[in-house]
Design a protein around this ligand. Structure first.
Ligand SMILES: [Zn+2]
Length: 104
């Protein structure tokens, strides 16, 4: 059996070192999930870029990942299910937005 390793790719200019711990901890789950579909995980935004003023991107609690080329809804749902209620996962027009937003 071939062992195939999928990767986390980071778009040029995007910085992941400031991400809060709960968000950093999901990256392994995400890359594994994308890998089961044969895709690398591409992080397209963290705190840089333009987001709404109240966005959790600015507090390093949100990331955008490139939406997969296929199975977009299915993968979004699987991300939601695996991260649980403390995360909001939204399929946008060209990416998936994921934020840590614990509900007390
Ligand atoms: Zn976003």
């Amino acid at each position: 059996m071939d062992l195939v390793a999928y990767r986390i790719l980071i778009k040029a200019g995007v910085e992941i070192s400031r991400l809060k711990r709960p968000v950093r901890r999901i990256l392994n789950k995400l890359v594994t999930l994308y890998g089961t579909y044969g895709y690398d995980l591409i992080i397209t935004s963290t705190y840089e870029g333009t987001h709404s003023p109240s966005s959790l991107h600015y507090s390093d609690e949100a990331i955008d990942v490139d939406d997969p080329p296929d199975h977009k809804e299915e993968i979004t749902k699987k991300i939601k299910d695996s991260l649980g209620k403390d995360f909001d996962v939204i399929l946008e027009s060209d990416h998936i937005h994921i934020e840590y937003d614990p509900k007390g």
